[in-house]
Design a protein around this ligand. Structure first.
Ligand SMILES: Nc1ncnc2c1ncn2[C@@H]1O[C@H](COP(=O)(O)OP(=O)(O)OP(=O)(O)O)[C@@H](O)[C@H]1O
Length: 277
């Protein structure tokens, strides 16, 4: 679905992407992991033609975003880190309607699309609210609705978990999993390795270069690699590695894997599983 071939990009006086080559398959949940300043956001902005490579090529479903940004923006929706960069209308309804209106939807069809997108993010009752009076977490969900309302094939999230509380993070995980199950191609960029355990594959980038690409087990299960690139090793991952268990995708998966290990191990290793409440 996405091909980046030797992508180079510089801001004035500073080379930020130094030859990125990556492929994301259709329907894949793909993580971009890298420390602050690695070039993740800069790379994402190439996917819908906001930035153009100085050298190299980006292709989305065969379309070059730099040459055909209008066409590619029907396929790729980017959820920015800060929802204030995405919302600019007086009301939630108008913000979410903006994209589909530009796609040509009108009247009842437009209204239905907006309410559908708001329902997807659990904000159906917010249509008439003033955007500026919403909390950060609420704005974040409305920003996602503005993207979903376009029904893109590829949904890109830049630091989706940043500044969300526990419930916000759980809802975000659920939504990302839902999108993946619907067959969408999803890209998550984050400097927090913890949140990328959901992914099918992860690319570790640093200093504008791809360090390595692998499964969550290969990348997150390598604490030395993470530390070398200034990334936190998720505590749950450390715990599971020390117990010799496979890395969990999320807290619910962690619970399942622990219960399974307790059942299989018997009293010698973990005590008696039946005694655990
Ligand atoms: N508009 C800009 N003008 C000049 N330099 C920029 C601009 N935007 C980003 N940079 C620089 O490019 C480099 C990569 O930034 P980018 O935001 O792509 O990294 P990132 O991996 O997304 O980081 P973070 O995790 O902190 O969001 C940084 O050194 C940053 O200072």
């Amino acid at each position: 679905m996405i091909e980046m071939r030797n992508v180079h990009f510089s801001y004035p006086g500073r080379e930020v992407l130094k030859g990125i080559t990556l492929t994301v398959e259709r329907g894949e949940l793909f993580g971009l992991l890298g420390p602050n300043g690695a070039g993740k956001s800069t790379l994402l902005l190439h996917l819908n033609g906001i930035l153009r490579p100085k050298r190299g090529k980006v292709l989305v479903d065969g379309i070059e975003p730099a040459k055909n940004p209008r066409e590619v923006r029907k396929k790729v929706g980017i959820v920015f880190q800060d929802p204030n960069d995405q919302l600019f209308s007086p009301t939630v309804f108008e913000d979410v309607a903006f994209g589909p209106y530009n796609l040509g939807l009108r009247g009842e069809e437009l209204r239905e699309r907006v309410l559908w997108a708001l329902k997807k993010v659990g904000m159906r009752n917010y249509a008439d609210r003033e955007t500026k009076e919403l909390s950060f977490g609420e704005k974040k969900r409305i920003a996602i609705a503005t993207v979903l309302a376009m029904k893109p094939e590829v949904v890109v999230f830049d630091e989706p978990f940043a500044n969300l509380d526990f419930r916000g993070k759980s809802l975000m995980r659920k939504l990302i999993t839902e999108l993946k199950n619907e067959g969408k191609t999803v890209i998550l960029a984050s400097h927090e390795a913890d949140y990328l355990s959901l992914c099918d594959r992860i690319a570790l980038i640093d200093g504008g270069r791809v360090v390595t690409v692998g499964t969550p087990e290969e990348i997150l299960g390598n604490p030395e690699l993470l530390r070398k690139h200034n990334l936190d090793v998720p505590p749950l991952v450390e715990l599971f590695l020390s117990l010799g268990l496979p890395i969990p995708k999320d807290p619910e998966d962690a619970r399942r894997k622990i219960m399974e290990a307790l059942k299989n191990s018997g009293p010698s290793r973990f005590g008696n599983a039946r005694d655990i409440p």
